[in-house]
Design a protein around this ligand. Structure first.
Ligand code: BG6
Length: 508
C-alpha cells in the first residue's frame, strides 16, 4: 500500500465533535496500520483556549472511545499523540491569518512536512467561504512549494443558489483538483462494493437495465431521533440532510454507466450524468412524488418516546420533515420508465441502509401465485449497514407433491470473512485525500446537479404550506400514506437488522 507524502493536517473547528469522534480517531487508525508518513502532524484550530497537552488528552479520550483499532499500549498512543498540536484561533478574524501562517511555517519546519498541507473545514458552514478566501490571500493555496488541499464537510450549501455561490467562492482561491467535498457514504466499504458487484461480475451487468429491472428501492432508516442536533436539523430536514447528498449518491451508483477507469474524472463524470438525467419534479407535482412526515410521541415497551417538536432546539410548531419518501425517474436509455423509490427517516423501527433491486417477473407464470408474489422472488438486496452483505431472493420448489414455489435466500455477510478489517468511512476518505485521490469525493458539478433536482421540492414546500407534513408515531415505519407512493408496484420492503431476517419479527 502506497503511503501518502509527508504533510500537515490542519483542522479548522478542532474543538468540535467531528474532530473528537471521527477525524482524530480515524487518523489514529491509519497510524496503527502504518499508513501515515513519518513526517506528519495534525494542527487543531479552535476558539477554545487549549494547551497542546489538554488537546492531546481530549483526543486520546476520543481515540479510546471511537477508533476502530484500540491502542496497543500507552507508548503506541503517546507516539501518535506527540504528532498533535493545538492553536487557539478565531476563524472569522482576518487579522489572525498571518500569525497562523507563521505558526504553520514553524510547525512545518519542525516536522519536516515540506509545505504540504491539508486544510479540513470542520467549522459551522457559514465559515466555508471565509476560511479558503483568507488562506488564499496569504498564499496558502499556492502549490509551487508543496500541495495544498481543502476538505469541505457537508452541508455543501442550503439550496442550489447557496451551493453555487459556495462553489464559486471556493474556486476563487483553489482549483477544483484541490477541493475535496466529503460525502461520508462514498467512504463506506459496502458502498464501494456496489461498484465491484456491478462491474466485476458478468452476471449482473446484462440484467442491469429497464428490460429486466422493475423498480429500485433505497431505504435508509435510523432508530434514533435528532437528539442534541435539533438546532441544526430544524434548518435542514431529511431532504437536505440525507437525500440531496447520501441517497442521491447511492441512486447514482446504482444507475451509472461503467466508468472507463476507476479514477476521479471517469467515476465522477458518470455520476454527474445520472444526476443530470433525473427527471425534474415540478413544483405542482411535489405532492404526487414526495411525501414528508414528522415523528410524534409514542410509547414503546413501556417507554415514552419524544415527539420531534419536543426535542431540544426545535420549534414546538415545526414543520421540518424527519421522514421522506420519494418516487423519481432517471430519463436515459438504461433507466427509462423504471421508478426509483427512496425512503429515509429518524425514529423508525431499526437502523438500516439498503438498496433493493426488484427484477421483473417471468413473462408467463407456470406455477401458482400472482404477479406480485412472483416479483418478490427476484430481489437483489445490497445491504450497506448493519449486517453488511448481499442477499439474492429467488423462488424454489417446495419439496413434495405439486409445484409450489417458495422464496429462498442466498446471502453473503461481511461478518463471515475471517480477519477482515472494515475501515471506517472517514479513515478511507482521509487516506485518499492524503494520497491526492479524489475519486470518492463529490465534484462541484455533481453537488449542484443534486441541488437542482431537490430545489423545486424545497420551493414548493415553502410556497405551499398546505402540502401536508404527515405525523407518524416514533418507532414506526413512517406515515401510512407513504404506501400510496409505492402502490401499484407492491409495498416497501420492511428490513430487519439481520439481513436475511426479513419477514421475521424485527427487534424495535
Ligand atoms: C449524516 C446526517 O450526514 O448522516 C445525520 O447529518 C445522519 O443526520 C447520518 O444520522 C447517517 O449516517 P450513517 O453513516 O450513520 O448512516
Amino acid at each position: 500500500m502506497r503511503k501518502p507524502e509527508k504533510h500537515l493536517l490542519v483542522i479548522f473547528g478542532a474543538s468540535g465533535d467531528l474532530t473528537y469522534r471521527k477525524l482524530v480517531p480515524s487518523v489514529f487508525d491509519l497510524f496503527t496500520q502504518n499508513l501515515l508518513p513519518d513526517e506528519f502532524g495534525i494542527l487543531g484550530l479552535g476558539r477554545t483556549e487549549l494547551s497542546n497537552a489538554a488537546f492531546r488528552e481530549k483526543m486520546s479520550e476520543g481515540i479510546e472511545k471511537f477508533a476502530m483499532t484500540k491502542p496497543h499500549n500507552r507508548a503506541h498512543l503517546e507516539q501518535f499523540l506527540d504528532k498533535l498540536f493545538y492553536y487557539a484561533f478565531s476563524t472569522k478574524e482576518e487579522s489572525e491569518y498571518l500569525p497562523l501562517k507563521l505558526e504553520l511555517e514553524k510547525l512545518n519546519q519542525q516536522l519536516k512536512t515540506e509545505n504540504n498541507y491539508i486544510f479540513y473545514l470542520a467549522t459551522p458552514p457559514s465559515m466555508y467561504p471565509i476560511v479558503p478566501a483568507h488562506l488564499a490571500k496569504h498564499g496558502l493555496n499556492n502549490e509551487d512549494d508543496g500541495f495544498k488541499r481543502l476538505i469541505v464537510e457537508k452541508p455543501f450549501g442550503y439550496d442550489l443558489e447557496s451551493a453555487q455561490s459556495l462553489n464559486k467562492s471556493l474556486l476563487h482561491g483553489f482549483r477544483e483538483e484541490q477541493i475535496y467535498r466529503i460525502d461520508h457514504y462514498l467512504g463506506k466499504e459496502t458502498v464501494q462494493n456496489l461498484l465491484v458487484t456491478r462491474f466485476s461480475n458478468g452476471i449482473f451487468e446484462p440484467l442491469w437495465n429497464r428490460n429486466f429491472i422493475h423498480h429500485v428501492e433505497i431505504t435508509s432508516s435510523e432508530d434514533i431521533g435528532v437528539g442534541s442536533r435539533g438546532g441544526y436539523y430544524e434548518g435542514s430536514g431529511a431532504l437536505r440532510d440525507m437525500v440531496q447528498n447520501h441517497l442521491l449518491l447511492l441512486a447514482s451508483l446504482v444507475a451509472m454507466e461503467p466508468p472507463a477507469l476507476i479514477n476521479a474524472d471517469s467515476m465522477r463524470n458518470e455520476i454527474v450524468k445520472v444526476l443530470q438525467s433525473l427527471r425534474p419534479i415540478q413544483k405542482e407535482e411535489v405532492e404526487k412524488f414526495v411525501l414528508r412526515g414528522q415523528y410524534t410521541s409514542s410509547e414503546i415497551k413501556g417507554k415514552r418516546r419524544k415527539a420531534y417538536r419536543e426535542e431540544e432546539g426545535v420549534n414546538p410548531k415545526s414543520r421540518t420533515e424527519t421522514f421522506l419518501a420519494m418516487k423519481f425517474y432517471i430519463d436515459n436509455w438504461r433507466w427509462a420508465g423504471v421508478p426509483f423509490y427512496i425512503r429515509t427517516g429518524k425514529q423508525l423501527p431499526t437502523r438500516v441502509t439498503e438498496i433493493v433491486i426488484h427484477f421483473n417477473a417471468t413473462p408467463h407464470h407456470l406455477f401458482a401465485g400472482d404477479k406480485a408474489i412472483m416479483r418478490q422472488q427476484n430481489q437483489l438486496v445490497i445491504r450497506i449497514q448493519p449486517d453488511e452483505g448481499i442477499l439474492m431472493k429467488f423462488g424454489m420448489k417446495v419439496p413434495g407433491a405439486g409445484f409450489h414455489v417458495q422464496d429462498v435466500n442466498m446471502d453473503f455477510h461481511y461478518s463471515e470473512l475471517n480477519n477482515t478489517y472494515l475501515p471506517s468511512a472517514y479513515e478511507r476518505l482521509l487516506l485518499d485525500c492524503m494520497l491526492g485521490d479524489a475519486t470518492l469525493y463529490s465534484r462541484g458539478d455533481a453537488v449542484e446537479a443534486a441541488w437542482r433536482f431537490v430545489d423545486p421540492i424545497l420551493k414548493a414546500w415553502k410556497e405551499q404550506p398546505c402540502i401536508k407534513v404527515h405525523g407518524y408515531p416514533a418507532g414506526t415505519w413512517g406515515p401510512e400514506e407513504s404506501d400510496q407512493l409505492i402502490e401499484g408496484v407492491e409495498t416497501w420492503r420492511y428490513p430487519c437488522k439481520n439481513l436475511s431476517g426479513d419477514g421475521e419479527y424485527c427487534e424495535l
